[in-house]
Design a binder for this molecule. Structure first.
Ligand SMILES: [Zn+2]
Length: 361
C-alpha cells in the first residue's frame, strides 16, 4: 500500500516547532520546517495509522478557550499543500492519485473516511465521531466541512503546475568561487546573490571528519555523529529558493533533520551544497570573520560596524580586485549605498558579504 500523507494542526500557537510529533510543521507565516526524514515512521501522530505514513502539520488552533482565535493562516495552508505536492512529486504520484486513500486530514482519518476501519470513530461529531480530533475539517471558522477536499484540490494544482519557469527565474543564483580557511587549510566556496558562502557538503564533512553516508535513493545524507542536537532556524532553506532541497539527518530511528542543503548539477552528477555558516552553527564549529589582504598590499577594512565584510563587484576572480580600480582602498563605509576609495571616488556597486572573510576554526 502506498504511503499515506496525514494533514494536521497542532492545537498550539503559530510558532510551535518541535521534533518527535510530525515530520514537518509549518509555522503561521508559512515557513516549512522539515523535522524528520519522510522515509521513517514516527510513533504518535495519527492513531493506529502511524506506520507507512507521514504527518504534516500546521502550527495553529491553540486559542483558549476558542481555538479559532488562532486559525490556520492562508500562507500556512498554501505551504502545507505545496509541501504535500513536493513530497508527492518526489514519490512519483500523479494528480489523480491525490485522493482520500493517500492524502487525508486527521479529521477524515479519525472517522475512517477512507473505508479502512482502523479504530473507533474519534473524529468530528458531524461524522458520528466522539469529536476528539477534527483537524482541518474546516479551513476557517463557520466555513464548509470539506477542508480535506479543498486541500487535496490545491495539492493537485501545485503538483500539476509546479511553475517551473517561475521557480527557475526566481532561483537563487551564485557568483564566482572564492576560498576560505577551514580547519587551517583552504576550502573552495561559492558566494550567492545574497553574499553568503556555500560549500559542498561532502567537503565540509570530510574536512571535519564527520561520519556520513549518502543515501542516494532518498537523496539525503545521514550523519553518524550522535552528539549533534537539531536546532530550528528562522532561515531554514525553503523550496522557494528554486533548487531541489536535500536533507541532512541523524542516523537514528526517527532521523531528525539537522540541516538542509540543495542539489546542484555538475559534470560528475548532482552535488549537495549547504551554507557554510549554517553548517558551522549546526555542528558547533566556531568561526570568525577575518581581515582580507587584497592584492598590491592594499588591505580592505573587512568588516563594518555590523561586522559585514565588503567586496567590490566585478572583482578579479583571483584577487577579488578590479584592475580598473587597483588603487582602491576602502576608507569609508557609508552603509549600503556605497564605499569611497582613497581617491574619493564613490563605488555604488558594493556587495555586502556576511561570510566572505569567513574562517572556520
Ligand atoms: Zn492531528
Amino acid at each position: 500500500m502506498a504511503v499515506t500523507i496525514y494533514l494536521h494542526w497542532t492545537a498550539t500557537g503559530y510558532d510551535w516547532i518541535r521534533p518527535g510529533h510530525y515530520h514537518s510543521i509549518i509555522s503561521g507565516d508559512g515557513v516549512i520546517y522539515r523535522l524528520h526524514s519522510y522515509n521513517v515512521d514516527l510513533p504518535a501522530h495519527t492513531w493506529r495509522r502511524n506506520s507507512n505514513s507521514i504527518a504534516l502539520s500546521c502550527a495553529c488552533m491553540g486559542g483558549m478557550p476558542d481555538p479559532w482565535t488562532v486559525p490556520p493562516t492562508d500562507a500556512q495552508l498554501k505551504s502545507l499543500c505545496f509541501e504535500a505536492a513536493s513530497v508527492a512529486r518526489e514519490w512519483g504520484w500523479s494528480a489523480e492519485q491525490i485522493n482520500l486513500n493517500r492524502v487525508m486530514t486527521h479529521a477524515e482519518a479519525a472517522s475512517n473516511r477512507d473505508g479502512r476501519i482502523m479504530h473507533d470513530n474519534y473524529g468530528p461529531v458531524i461524522w458520528g465521531g466522539s469529536g476528539e480530533r477534527w483537524d482541518l475539517l474546516q479551513l476557517a471558522q463557520n466555513s464548509t466541512i470539506d477542508g480535506g477536499d479543498q486541500l487535496r484540490y490545491w495539492i493537485r494544482e501545485f503538483l500539476e503546475n509546479p511553475d517551473e519557469k517561475q521557480a527557475v527565474e526566481e532561483r537563487l543564483t551564485f557568483q564566482g568561487f572564492t576560498v576560505i580557511k577551514a580547519k587551517g587549510s583552504d576550502l573552495a566556496v561559492q558566494i550567492d546573490q545574497e553574499g553568503r558562502s556555500w560549500a559542498r557538503l561532502v567537503d565540509l564533512l570530510e574536512r571535519y571528519e564527520i561520519a556520513h553516508v549518502w543515501d542516494a535513493e532518498s537523496k539525503r545524507i545521514l550523519i553518524g555523529a550522535l552528539d549533534v542536537a537539531p536546532t530550528f532556524r528562522d532561515d531554514a532553506l525553503q523550496a522557494s529558493i528554486g533548487w531541489q532541497l536535500i536533507d541532512v539527518a541523524l542516523q537514528t530511528r526517527t532521523a531528525p533533520i539537522i540541516l538542509r542543503g540543495i542539489l546542484r548539477p555538475s559534470e560528475g552528477g548532482d552535488r549537495a551544497w549547504c551554507r557554510v555558516v549554517e553548517f558551522a552553527e549546526e555542528f558547533g564549529i566556531p568561526f570568525a570573520l577575518i581581515h582580507w589582504n587584497l592584492a598590491n598590499g592594499v588591505e580592505a577594512e573587512a568588516a563594518d560596524s555590523e561586522r559585514r565584510a565588503v567586496t567590490v563587484t566585478r572583482a578579479d576572480a583571483y584577487n577579488r580586485l578590479d584592475w580598473g580600480n587597483k588603487d582602491l582602498a576602502i576608507s569609508d563605509l557609508s552603509g549600503a549605498s556605497g564605499i569611497t576609495d582613497s581617491g574619493h571616488n564613490v563605488f555604488d556597486e558594493v556587495v555586502f558579504d556576511n561570510n566572505l572573510y569567513l574562517e572556520l576554526l
